[in-house]
Structures are given as structure tokens and as C-alpha cells.
Design a protein around this ligand. Structure first.
Ligand code: URA
Length: 209
């Protein structure tokens, strides 16, 4: 079974409370979603392997550490996942971005893939799927499936707010995928929103309500 980790660092909790407030406007919401994405990346990448590298400082030769192993692809699920990309890129500027487009049928609440553009060497990369909300888990499950079809073996999922139902759905379909969240909320409501959640993340990011 993949790990489910709540990254409840005080800075993350504080920033999450700001974006939960209904009076927080798109400008601030967008900025803070990015910031939380960056802070989460710091924690998610704690176990990245290191290798020795010989360098020369102005004083002399020394052996130091650099990140070894696979390169990262950030995979935002359109459109709300885009809100987390810049924050992750600030921590890992060399990461590539592979975008996957899903929309949720407002009646059935089921996700549909309509766009997928990945780096050519995605199968050799570690993928970090990002989406602010893990509600039913339908979109994230489809995005993970789409990556596995393209040969990706190493996948992590980062969300801001997770519903217990969504966590269970991912763990049932993709037990090899670790899930990281800033919060595990109470429940998924019948209308598809997470309670207490933060509302529609896409609308709040892009000011489309
Ligand atoms: N998607 C959102 O944007 N918000 C929710 O609460 C659930 C799914």
C-alpha cells in the first residue's frame, strides 16, 4: 500500500487557512496555492537520493553532494493543477511539465481525459501529479493510469485538500502511488465538493465564478 502523508507543517497549515476563507480573492489565492505547492515539494523530495560530486571552491577541491537518479516531471491536472506548478518549479527549476486535461461531467461527476502532452522521456522520469483537490479520486486515478500507459513507474500524487473517499480510491486502484496532502478533510459531499474544503479550486484560482 502506498503511503498517505499529511504535510502539516505550521506554514502549510497557516497558508491553507487563508485560502479556505471565502473572502480570499483570486490574486492571493493563486499566490498561496503556489507557495504551498513549493513547501510541499520540499517535504515530498526529502528522500531523493544523493551522489558524490567533486567540485572546486575558490579555496580548493572538495567532494560534495548533488541529487542523483531520475529527473522529475510535474504533471498538473488541468485546470486547477496549474496553480501548483510554479511553486514546484521554484524548488526544482529543472523539472519538466507534462500537462493532462480532465474535465468533470457536472452530472455524473466522472472525469474525462481530453488532452495529454508529456515529455518524450517521461517513462524514465519520476512524475509528481499535482491537483489541489482530491475529491472522488476519479481524475487523479485517470491521470495516474495515463502515465502508467506511457511506461511511467515512479509516480507520486500531491494535493492540497484530500477527502477520505479520494484517498481510498487511489489506494485501491494504485497502491504503488504515495499520496501527499496538506490536509485530510472531513468528507466528500453529495454535490462533489469536499467539506470543509475551499470551494471550487479552479474557479478561485482563475476568477471564473
Ligand atoms: N474540486 C474542487 O475544486 N473543489 C472540491 O471541493 C472538490 C473538487
Amino acid at each position: 500500500m502506498g503511503k498517505f502523508v499529511v504535510l502539516d507543517h505550521p506554514l502549510i497549515q497557516h497558508k491553507l487557512t487563508i485560502i479556505r476563507r471565502k473572502e480570499t480573492g483570486s490574486n492571493e489565492f493563486r499566490r498561496i496555492v503556489g507557495e504551498i505547492g513549493g513547501l510541499m515539494t520540499y517535504e515530498i523530495t526529502r528522500d531523493l537520493p544523493l551522489q558524490d560530486v567533486e567540485i572546486e571552491t575558490p579555496i580548493g577541491k572538495t567532494v560534495q553532494k548533488e541529487i542523483a537518479g531520475k529527473k522529475l516531471t510535474i504533471v498538473p491536472i488541468l485546470r486547477a493543477g496549474m496553480g501548483m506548478v510554479n511553486g514546484v518549479l521554484e524548488m526544482i527549476p529543472s523539472a519538466k511539465v507534462g500537462v493532462i486535461g480532465m474535465y468533470r461531467d457536472e452530472e455524473t461527476l466522472k472525469p474525462h481525459e481530453y488532452f495529454c502532452k508529456m515529455p518524450k522521456d517521461v517513462a524514465e522520469r519520476e512524475c509528481l501529479v499535482v491537483d489541489p483537490m482530491l475529491a472522488t479520486g476519479g481524475s487523479a486515478n485517470m491521470a495516474i493510469e495515463a502515465l502508467k500507459k506511457r511506461g511511467v513507474k515512479d509516480i507520486r500524487l500531491a494535493v492540497l485538500v484530500a477527502a477520505p473517499e479520494g484517498v481510498k480510491a487511489i489506494q485501491a486502484e494504485h497502491p504503488d502511488v504515495d499520496i501527499y496532502a496538506a490536509s485530510l478533510d472531513d468528507k466528500l459531499m453529495d454535490n462533489g465538493y469536499i467539506f470543509p474544503g475551499l470551494g471550487d479550486a479552479g474557479d478561485r484560482l482563475f476568477g471564473t465564478k
